[in-house]
Ligand binder design. Structure first.
Ligand code: ZN
Length: 262
C-alpha cells in the first residue's frame, strides 16, 4: 500500500508525532551518509570489501596482528570520510535540534557528519575518527595531524611517546562498544517519546535493540529507510524513501504546521 502513497502522504503522520512530542531522538545509520559519498561498510555491492574478508582486516584481532593490512584497506575510505560534506538529511536533523524538536542523535556512523552539519547532541556508538589511541601505552591523540599525512602517504601512524601503533577510535569488529555512550543511548531510548530511525537497517547489535527499549517505555517509532527493516511492523510510521528526500520534507511540513498553529 505504501507504494501508492507520495512521500508527503507518508510523512504527514510522522509530522504529527514529532509536533506533539516533548522528547524526540533520532537513530541514524549508514544510509544517512551514502548521499555524502560514504559507502555503506556493510552494504553488499559497496565494493568496499572486494575480495577482503572483513574479519581479516577490520577486526581488532586482525588489527593487532597485521595493522598494515587494516591501514592499506582503510586508506581510500579515509579520504572519502575526511572530504565528505553533510547532506540534506544531516542538515535537516541539525535544524530539528536547533528548533527544539530533536533532543539527541544516536548514530552508528563514524564519519562525524552530524557534527559537521551542526548537530550538538550526538552519541557515536561505533566511535569516530576525531582521535587515535596508542595500543601500547593508551595515550590518546587528536587525529588531525595524522589523518592528513596518512591520506597523503598511506603510512601507518606511530605513537610519539612509545612508538606503538595508533588505532583510530572507531570500534572494530570484536571490540567493545564505548560503555558510557551506550548507557546514555539506552537512557535516551527509555526517555524518548518518539524515536526517528533514519537510514539504519537495524541489523547490528546492540543498536538494533534500542528501538525495542524505546517501545517498551511507551515511545512511538518512525522509520525512514529505503529498504524494509526487521522492525517495520513495530513502527507507528514507516516512510519508504531516501532520507535526503524525506527528512527535509518532514521539516518543511513540520515547521509549516507550527507556524500555522501560531
Ligand atoms: Zn604509546
Amino acid at each position: 500500500m505504501s507504494q501508492i502513497l507520495t512521500i508527503n502522504e507518508q510523512i504527514r503522520p510522522a509530522v504529527e508525532l514529532i509536533k506533539y512530542s516533548n522528547h524526540t531522538i533520532a537513530l541514524t545509520g549508514a544510509g544517512i551518509s551514502t548521499a555524502s559519498g560514504i559507502p555503506d561498510f556493510r552494504g553488499s555491492g559497496s565494493g568496499l570489501w572486494g575480495e577482503v574478508d572483513p574479519f581479516e582486516v577490520a577486526s581488532i584481532y586482525a588489527f593487532r596482528r597485521r595493522p598494515q593490512d587494516f591501514y592499506k584497506w582503510i586508506h581510500p575510505i579515509a579520504k572519502f570520510i575526511v572530504e565528505a560534506e553533510p547532506n540534506a538529511a544531516h542538515l535537516a536533523l541539525a535544524q530539528l535540534e536547533t528548533k527544539g524538536q530533536l533532543q539527541a542523535i544516536i548514530t552508528q556512523n563514524v564519519d562525524m557528519l552530524h557534527n559537521k552539519a551542526g548537530s550538538k547532541s550526538v552519541y557515536e556508538v561505533h566511535g569516530h575518527l576525531r582521535s587515535v589511541t596508542c595500543l601500547r601505552c593508551y595515550l590518546i591523540y587528536p587525529s588531525d595531524k595524522y589523518l592528513d599525512s596518512f591520506i597523503l602517504t598511506g603510512n601507518m601512524p606511530y605513537c610519539e611517546s612509545c612508538g606503538g601503533i595508533l588505532k583510530p577510535d572507531v570500534i572494530l569488529i570484536g571490540e567493545q562498544l564505548p560503555v558510557d555512550v551506550l548507557i546514555e543511548a539506552r537512557q535516551l531510548s527509555r526517555e524518548c517519546e518518539v524515536m526517528l530511525i533514519a537510514g539504519s537497517s537495524l541489523e547490528i547489535a546492540p543498536v538494533c535493540e534500542l528501538p525495542r527499549v524505546a517501545i517498551e517505555s511507551g515511545a512511538r517509532l518512525i522509520i525512514v529507510n529505503n529498504e524494509p527493516t526487521q522492525i517495520d511492523h513495530l513502527a507507528d510510521v514507516v516512510i519508504r524513501a531516501d532520507v535526503v528526500d524525506a527528512l527535509p520534507e518532514l521539516n518543511s511540513n513540520l515547521f509549516m504546521a507550527s507556524s500555522e498553529a501560531i
